[in-house]
Design a protein around this ligand. Structure first.
Ligand SMILES: Cc1cc2nc3c(=O)[nH]c(=O)nc-3n(C[C@H](O)[C@H](O)[C@H](O)COP(=O)(O)OP(=O)(O)OC[C@H]3O[C@@H](n4cnc5c(N)ncnc54)[C@H](O)[C@@H]3O)c2cc1C
Length: 393
């Protein structure tokens, strides 16, 4: 393979590997700051998690280190039209996590107290009456929950495409069907080798979702990251009965009814991930369990048909936090991946903070918890992040 970039159009200030929401948002924010950007995408923009997720725009239940980023992102979700000229289909429906037993309500109480102790007030503990006032169709056994009014949901493919289009308007170039096989430093630049030739830039951002681990390994920074095939299903249309986006405390659930009447059901439902084949597979037996949860909570949906189910490939790290970091071993190299099933909401702000990290060396939101070299020391230094995350999904 040619070691030198053949043509000027294969060079930019920044190369971004991956056209998911994190790649497109980073490209947008970098281009907005004046950087020339090339995004290299193995398939097509929004083909994977960023285009097929549940669309949950949720600050609720975040692990503590993610909260400042999630709150920053929420502000951007509420002003997306000004930022990128499209609202991404964002609906500020609120997000509600319900408790089904007294013990679960105690868990919610402890969670809100923990957040308050850290100065976060965006999650509110609510009682059974308030839950049923918000969602009258819910089964009567609920005991209360946590409510976040400014959360909601959006359309994943539309949002990621909108960031891509906004970045393009600022001059960013997107090159699809161009998988990066290998990255390497070359003098003061980074080279990305692809079947369409070699691309070069002084700065390189790895935002390749579940495929990022291999690129980090090539750069000499292995990360404990693995793929999972996360599943969703969508039902037939049904008359409006639920406005908020719902989760549960004691069992996995992510549930929302769209304006067209369909209901999207998920919640960390794990199918199969085929990383080399670049696709996810549905495991129907596991979907059944989720369908049962939904019928427990909304008995009137018992006979509702499921129209479609699918799986997307998502990156999970060992401590359930993403990697948003400058390389610790090489200059000009940056990472943004490993969003563990919750990266859609973070996309708008993460791109902004990554652009600050790359262009200023000083992100406006602390990223220490997401450093690429944290693995191996996290059990000594930050046990609360992983424990808290596990408790909330
Ligand atoms: C079913 C499902 C439901 C979800 N629900 C929610 C939710 O409700 N709320 C929420 O906040 N999050 C949710 N998520 C998580 C969220 O979708 C992801 O965290 C987020 O989209 C990750 O974005 P990304 O840009 O890091 O990765 P991706 O979207 O995977 O994008 C990475 C891109 O990199 C490309 N790529 C990979 N390797 C290479 C290479 N070598 N060269 C060039 N390109 C490459 C890929 O083709 C891909 O397009 C869900 C995920 C799934 C799968």
């Amino acid at each position: 393979m040619n070691e030198q970039p053949a043509r000027a159009q294969q060079e930019a200030d920044v190369l971004v590997i991956g056209g998911g929401l994190h790649g497109t948002s980073s490209a947008f924010h970098l281009a907005r700051r004046g950087a020339s950007v090339i995004v290299l995408e193995a398939d097509y923009v929004a083909r994977h998690s960023s285009g097929v997720n549940a669309g949950g725009v949720r600050t609720l239940g975040r692990p503590l280190p993610e909260i400042p980023l999630a709150l920053r992102s929420r502000e951007l979700w509420h002003t997306l039209p000004e930022l990128i000229g499209d609202d991404g289909g964002f609906v500020p429906s609120g997000q509600l996590k319900i408790a089904e037993t007294d013990a679960e309500l105690d868990e919610c109480r402890e969670r809100v107290a923990l957040l308050n102790a850290h100065g976060f007030t965006h999650e509110t503990l609510i009682d059974r009456e308030r839950v049923l006032e918000l969602e009258p169709a819910l089964a009567r056994h609920v005991t209360g929950g946590i409510w976040v009014e400014r959360d909601g949901y959006a359309l994943p493919y539309r949002t990621t495409t909108a960031f891509r289009l906004a970045a393009q308007r600022l001059g960013a170039r997107f090159i699809e069907r161009t998988p990066v096989a290998r990255i390497e430093p070359h003098g003061e630049r980074w080279l990305a080798h692809t079947p369409r030739g070699t691309f070069a830039a002084r700065q390189l951002l790895v935002a390749a979702g579940a495929w990022s681990g291999e690129l980090a390994r090539q750069a000499g920074e292995p990360v404990p990251v693995h793929p999972e095939g996360l599943m969703l299903m969508v039902t037939q249309r049904v008359a409006p009965f639920c406005r908020a986006t719902l989760g549960a405390t004691g069992r996995p659930l992510s549930f929302k009814q769209f304006d067209n009447g369909t209901v999207v059901i998920g919640g960390k439902l794990i199918g199969h991930a085929d990383l080399p084949g670049r696709h996810g597979e549905v495991d129907f037996m596991r979907l059944v369990k989720s369908a049962r949860t939904v019928v427990d909570l909304f008995p009137h949906l018992r006979d509702l048909g499921v129209n479609r189910a699918w799986a997307g490939v998502e990156a999970f790290t060992d401590d359930a936090l993403p990697v948003i970091s400058a390389s610790r071993t090489a200059s000009g190299l940056y990472y943004s991946f490993g969003y563990c099933g919750s990266g859609f909401q973070l996309g708008p702000a993460c791109g902004q903070v990554v652009s600050e990290l790359m262009l200023d060396g000083a992100p406006s939101v602390p990223l220490d918890a997401f450093a690429i070299d944290r693995f191996g020391r996290e059990t000594r230094e930050a046990p609360s992040a992983a424990v808290d995350h596990a408790a909330t999904h």
